[in-house]
Design a protein around this ligand. Sequence first.
Ligand SMILES: C[C@](O)(CO)[C@H](O)COP(=O)(O)OP(=O)(O)OC[C@H]1O[C@@H](n2ccc(N)nc2=O)[C@H](O)[C@@H]1O
Ligand SMILES: Nc1ncnc2c1ncn2[C@@H]1O[C@H](COP(=O)(O)OP(=O)(O)OP(=O)(O)O)[C@@H](O)[C@H]1O
Length: 275
Amino acid sequence: MAIRRSAAAKINLCLHVVGQRDDGLHDLQSAVAFLDCGEWVEVRKSGCTQLNILGPKAAELPRPDDNLILKAAALFPRHCQTDIRLHKTMPVASGIGGGSADAAATLHAMAALWDLPLPDVAAQVLLGADVPVCMGRSPVLMQGIGAQISPLGDVPALFACLVNPGRGLSTARVFEQLASKSNPPLEPPPPAATEFCAWLKRQRNDLQAPALAAEPMIADVLEALAAQAPLLARMSGSGATCFALFESLAAAQDCASTIQANQRDWWVASGALLI
Ligand SMILES: C[C@](O)(CO)[C@H](O)COP(=O)(O)OP(=O)(O)OC[C@H]1O[C@@H](n2ccc(N)nc2=O)[C@H](O)[C@@H]1O
Ligand SMILES: Nc1ncnc2c1ncn2[C@@H]1O[C@H](COP(=O)(O)OP(=O)(O)OP(=O)(O)O)[C@@H](O)[C@H]1O
C-alpha cells in the first residue's frame, strides 16, 4: 500500500523580524498561507529506507542522502523501513519552504503508513524552522523561531501568482545581511475578512531588503508582478520567490501566463490560496 501526501508552497504573506535570540536564531511574526503546486511525497513499506526524486525540479536536488525527507523519516523507529518517492515541482532554496513542506508531508505520510503518532513540535522545528507551519495547510500566524502556530482568523478567498527568477538564496545569509534584527511588530490581524487585505498591505517582509541586495533580479520579479495590478506584490520568506495576490483565479492565472510568456526561464505558478 502506498500513501501519498501533497507538499504545498508556503507563502509568507508578511514576515516581521522582531528580535534575535542568544543562539543567533531570529524571533519572527509571519502570516502564512499555502498554495498547492503539485509537489508530493509517496511512501510504502520496504526492506530499507531510501529516497527517489523525480519531477521537473529533481535535478536541483542531486544528492538524495542530504535530503530533509530522510531526516524526517529518521524520527520514526528503526523498524519503519520505508521506500519514499518525492515528485519535486518547486524551485529549491526559494523562500517557499520546499524542503520543509516535503519533510512535513513525509511525517504525515509515515505516521499514517506505520500507524504511529506524529513527532512533536520540538522535534519538527529541529528539522527546519518552517516544518511546524508546513504541518498544516490553512492560513496561520507563525511566531517565535517558527514553532508557535495559531489560526489567522477570517481570511478572504484569495488567489496567488508565484514567480521565481531561478536564483537560489541561502536563508542563513539573508538573515545575516538584515540591517536591524529588531523591527516593529505585526499589527494584530483584523477580525473581519473584509479588512484583511488592507491590513496585509500595511505589514512588511523584513527580509525583502537584504534579499534584494543579494539578488537584484528580485526587483525585476516584483516589477513584473506589480505591472499586473494585483492587490499586493511582495517577496516570500528569504526569497527569491515573490507573490502577487488577486481577487479572482482568472486574474492570478492571467498574471502567471503573461509573466511566463515574457520570461521563459522563470518558474511561475498560480492558484487559490488554501483555506
Ligand atoms: C525565513 C523563513 O522561511 C520564514 O518562514 C523561515 O524562518 C526559515 O525556515 P527554514 O528554511 O526551515 O530555516 P532553517 O533551515 O531552520 O534555518 C536556516 C537558517 O535560517 C536562519 N534562521 C532561521 C529561522 C529563524 N527563526 N531564525 C534564523 O535566523 C538561521 O541562520 C538558520 O541556520
Ligand atoms: N526536499 C527538499 N527540497 C528542497 N530543498 C531541500 C530538500 N531537502 C534538503 N534541501 C536543502 O534545503 C535547502 C533549502 O531549500 P528549501 O527549498 O527548503 O528552501 P526555502 O524554500 O528557501 O525554504 P524556507 O522558505 O523554509 O527558507 C537547499 O539548499 C536544499 O539543498
